[in-house]
Design a protein around this ligand. Sequence first.
Ligand SMILES: Nc1ncnc2c1ncn2[C@@H]1O[C@H](COP(=O)(O)OP(=O)(O)OP(=O)(O)O)[C@@H](O)[C@H]1O
Ligand SMILES: [Mg+2]
Length: 259
Amino acid sequence: MAEAILKVKNLSKHFVIRKSFLSSKTIIKAVDNISFEVKKGEILGLIGESGSGKTTTGNLILKLLKNDNGSLFFNNINITDMEEKQMRSLRKEIQIIFQHTHGTLDPKMTIGELLLEPLKIHRIVSDCEYDNEVGRLLEMVGLSKSNKEKFPHQLSGGQRQRVGIARAIATRPKFIVCDEPVSALDVSVQGQILNLLLELKKSLDLTYLFISHDLKVIKYICNRIAVMYKGQIVEIGDRDEVLNNPQNEYTQNLIESII
Ligand SMILES: Nc1ncnc2c1ncn2[C@@H]1O[C@H](COP(=O)(O)OP(=O)(O)OP(=O)(O)O)[C@@H](O)[C@H]1O
Ligand SMILES: [Mg+2]
């Protein structure tokens, strides 16, 4: 059996909100004591309705958010409280692809500049190789090199997501959290992006945590499925087992709702 690349143990994140200055505090248990592993080379799907805590889970793994409780292990190294300085070399190994590219692709930067950014930050290649590497990344995600000079608004949604993927693979990661990477795209383009992610997984030996609220997408791309409901993982198992013989009532309803 493959080793775990990521182990999540008893992870929690609660948000405290106050609707107005005078109202009392409400605690939202966005992620509530979850534990799971992602094995090297697999695609683990994380599915659940809106607000169930999927994005918060992804952001905690990337350490874009600080957890309240629990721990995270990457390749058996406890990264939970690792300082940013120490995290630096690990940062390039763990990447994220977001649903919306407008938050991540600066509209004032050309595609070439956007791809140069991660290459420079993490010193992936030497200075004289930057141009070649940008061209290589574009080709890897199915875009021609001529796109280098363009700005994000000059590309289609699918092309922009390809740039988002190119930025994620630029640092030569081992593990990528894909947070609804096709949900903002036309159905006709979704399949192309999913197939690109599958090809890259194979050629670059990647492991994905694939977040989606769409069971059809999860069914197509994942080996195993974790079902999230109200901040908790209520079911986890091999794709066909979960889909054909769901044990949890919430999973049963989720599957019935799309049949
Ligand atoms: N920064 C925040 N402050 C307060 N509450 C938050 C914050 N981020 C998320 N939440 C709340 O935490 C819960 C989980 O949110 P999260 O975005 O993780 O859900 P999700 O499963 O990704 O949903 P979606 O499918 O809509 O993307 C929700 O109730 C959300 O409103
Ligand atoms: Mg989300």
